[in-house]
Design a binder for this molecule. Structure first.
Ligand code: FAD
Length: 475
């Protein structure tokens, strides 16, 4: 006997579990299926984000930041530390505990919102009268039916052709988050967000990190001025970044991995490392869905084809998050999940892709929303720019972290804010003000006239707004 629901969500990452909760809040009966297993084989909802992505990476970034502060910065405050050691097994265990708290939190939320959770793989069986039949296989075998299906199956790390992840020497994000001890030499292929964050963790703990990047520019999607400032800081920290490289053969070395590559000058080089993290992008998870059984259309990357509102090629089937087009970010997946649940309920769910913030949690942190200066130039938009360095911010000086700046871009004619870019302390938190301002279509003058608490890093946003009109007060 099949169990019938109004909505079935396949995948309990941030896109899926949030969609399931919102659909339940709207009065639907909801099932959510997820196959992720914890170490004991039990359910671990939360997807990549909770298990091997956003949350564990931030837990390790926090631990490694504490270590680096104790090793390098406490002395400036008159605090001396002797016999400083790093127990990386304990750091990994703490990270695992943080992950578990989040897994348990989602199971609690499912209960609270009366979402029925099924632990196993969900796949399409066939269309049925007024909906679809979905098989759950694995720990909990069931047959479910529903009129509305939301696919939120996420993505997995892309391997280099012919170089599978062994998670011992050649690591994806999964292995990179559970390296047993600090590697002496760590190699990274790809200087994207994930690679830089992982590299930061192990560099702070003492690893010599080398990043090999195929693109000729560093952080190509980031505003050029901000990327330049970040690069300066990374260089100072000793993070080696080689741009414009062509990676060749990767083979096991006596201890670790040996990477043959050609540098930007065309010279043959070899990088020998203890561990190699490959971070060259992610592939949508559509393999286990049996999409062909119902004729669900995929693109040539294997992503589910959707329109602007996450409708797939099939009536009543929606897809959200990493498995569809657009930025692979947890908050983008969540926003799409909410919007789809609301559309199913006949409401006007809405996601503004121009207002999806980006954050790189390195030190300095990098965050931005809206257009970069190079995009505005390419689009022929006339704009004004204002920057304010943290060097001139009292709170940043008190914190002992004056790296970076806030940069604001506003329309030359209307003064509407078109983009805000931050590199520096707490950029991940500062960017929220910019998102709110841009959502309300604020002008730089609006921000310049709003009272900001003193001393706070957010005063730099106000000063960047004043800088747009060439009237900074503290610089
Ligand atoms: P996922 O989180 O991938 O979840 C999909 C779920 O579906 C998984 O649990 C999977 O097991 C399950 N599944 C797949 N197929 C099936 C099936 N057939 N049946 C049942 N279950 C299935 N984003 C940010 O916004 N901020 C960050 O700081 C950040 N840091 C990151 C750090 C790292 C190291 C990585 C790898 C990613 C990071 N991301 C970050 C990206 C973020 O994790 C993803 O964008 C987000 O998880 C996508 O959510 P999703 O719901 O689409 O998919």
């Amino acid at each position: 006997m099949s169990k019938n629901f109004d909505v079935i969500v396949i995948g309990a990452g941030p896109g899926g579990y949030i969609a399931a909760i919102r659909a339940a809040q709207l009065g639907f009966t909801v099932a959510c299926i997820d196959e992720w297993k914890n170490a004991a084989g039990g359910p671990a909802p939360g997807g990549t984000c909770t298990n091997v992505g956003c949350i564990p990476s931030k837990a390790l970034l926090q631990s490694s930041e504490h270590y680096e502060h104790a090793a390098k910065h406490f002395a400036d405050h008159g605090i001396s530390v002797s016999g400083l050691t790093m127990d990386s097994a304990k750091m990994i265990a703490r990270k695992d505990a943080v992950v578990k708290q989040n897994n348990d939190g989602i199971l609690y939320l499912f209960k609270k919102n009366k979402v029925s959770f099924f632990h196993g793989r969900g796949s399409f069986v066939k269309p049925v009268e007024g909906g679809y039949e979905i098989a759950v296989t694995g720990a909990q075998a069931e047959t479910l039916t529903a009129k509305q299906i939301i696919v939120a199956t996420g993505s997995s790390a892309r391997a280099l052709p012919g170089v599978p992840f062994d998670e011992e020497n050649v690591l994806s994000n999964d292995g990179a988050l559970r390296i047993g001890g600090v590697p002496k030499k760590l190699g990274l292929i790809g200087s994207g967000v994930i690679g830089l964050e992982m590299g930061s963790v192990w560099r702070r703990l003492g690893a010599e990190v080398t990043v090999l990047e195929a693109m000729p520019t560093f952080l190509g999607a980031v505003d050029e001025q901000i990327a330049k400032e970040a690069r300066k800081a990374f260089d100072k920290q000793g993070l080696k970044v080689e741009l414009g490289v062509k990676v060749g053969e990767i083979k096991a070395a006596k201890k670790g991995v040996s990477v043959a590559y050609t540098n930007a000058k065309g010279e043959a080089q070899t990088l020998d490392v203890d561990k190699l993290i490959v971070s060259i992008g992610r592939v949508p998870n559509t393999n286990g869905l049996n999409a062909e059984a119902v004729g669900l259309k995929l693109d040539d990357r294997g992503a589910i084809v959707v329109d602007d509102e996450c409708r797939t090629s099939l009536p009543g089937v929606w897809a959200v998050g990493d498995v569809v087009r657009g930025p692979m970010l947890a908050h983008k997946a969540e926003e799409e999940g909410v919007a789809v649940a609301e559309r199913i309920a006949g409401q006007h769910g809405h996601v503004d892709f121009n207002l999806v913030p980006w954050v790189i949690y390195t030190s300095p942190e990098i965050a931005w929303v809206g257009k970069t200066e190079q995009q505005l130039k390419a689009d022929g938009v006339k704009y004004k720019a204002g920057t304010f360095p943290f060097l001139a911010n009292g709170r940043a000086r008190a914190l002992g972290d004056t790296t970076g700046m806030v940069k604001m871009l506003a329309d030359a004619a209307t003064d509407e804010i078109l983009g805000v870019h931050v590199v520096g302390p707490m950029a991940s938190e500062l960017i929220a003000e910019a998102c709110v301002a841009m959502a309300f279509r604020a002008s730089s003058e609006d921000i310049a006239r709003i009272c900001h608490a003193h001393p706070s890093l957010s005063e730099s946003t106000k000063e960047a707004a004043l800088a747009v009109d060439k009237r900074t007060l503290n610089f």
